[in-house]
Ligand binder design. Structure first.
Ligand code: 4HQ
Length: 248
């Protein structure tokens, strides 16, 4: 299980908020997982402390210089036990909940965040074992992608969500979208709450929530739905609440 994450970044501020905010802040403060940033700029030896240079072959933009980056990765690697070195990149494997669970199984992760047009390919070939993408769009750096990955991984770690709530209830834990949620007041601007949720009948409530998640997934995410094999419980839930409802 994951105990430590190192981030190689020119902008540690992007990642450091995770240490103090919300769920990740509590997990990192508790010491069950550690987060440490390494800035390639601190590994430069030239007077200008330059971390980028012009691309061979010409063209716009800059490329991260290999030596400061490699030295930062190697310093992180030597700081503790064996680690998986992964880079955030649109070329990588698309992150989904299955990938998040796989990453949470590693003992140590070193996340390399590129800036500019990217990093020198030789660093990827020599030092980076995996590439992960958070989606098909272009970011100006890997940092927001690393923050997304770290948040999703940390909330999976045992004990982080607390006893009152289990990660198995999360949306996607079961390949389904979440059900709708309501809180007080029961009448809000003339709008009510589904009767079943105030019935106190916990079996009926569980079946309704399941049916909502199933209906929603079928309507909104045909890609997830087509991979699905309906269990006996799912069929019972859909038979109990067969009506389609409007999905916003
Ligand atoms: N990047 N998922 C870093 C991304 C990205 C993504 C673009 C990564 C810029 C330098 N990373 N380079 N999408 O858009 O992870």
């Amino acid at each position: 299980m994951l105990s430590r994450i190192d981030v190689i970044t020119l902008f540690p501020e992007w990642v450091e908020g995770l240490k103090t905010l919300g769920l990740t802040g509590r997990a990192l403060a508790s010491g069950r997982v550690a987060l440490k940033c390494w800035n390639p700029r601190d590994f430069t030896v030239d007077v200008h402390r330059s971390v980028d240079d012009r691309p061979y072959g010409g063209g716009p933009g800059m490329v991260m210089r290999p030596e400061p980056l490699a030295n930062a990765i190697e310093a992180a690697r030597s700081d503790a036990g064996p680690a998986t070195v992964a880079c955030l990149s649109p070329q990588g494997r698309r992150l989904d909940q299955r990938g998040v669970l796989e990453l949470a199984e590693r003992e140590r992760l070193i996340l390399v965040c590129g800036r500019y047009e990217g990093v020198d390919q030789r660093v990827l070939d020599q030092l980076v074992e995996e590439e992960w993408s958070i989606g098909d769009y272009v970011l100006s750096g890997g940092e927001p992608a690393a923050a997304v990955l770290i948040d999703a991984v940390i909330r999976q770690l045992p004990g982080v969500l607390g006893h009152e709530r289990s990660v198995v209830e999360d949306s996607f834990a079961d390949g389904l979208l979440d059900c709708p949620h309501y809180t007080r007041p029961e009448d809000w601007r003339g709008l009510g709450v589904p009767e079943v949720l105030t019935s106190g009948d916990h079996a009926r409530i569980a079946q309704w929530r399941r049916a909502q998640a199933l209906h929603r997934t079928r309507r909104l995410r045909p890609d997830l739905w087509s991979e699905r094999v309906l269990s006996a419980e799912d069929k019972a839930a859909l038979a109990h609440w067969p009506e389609e409802f409007s999905v916003k």
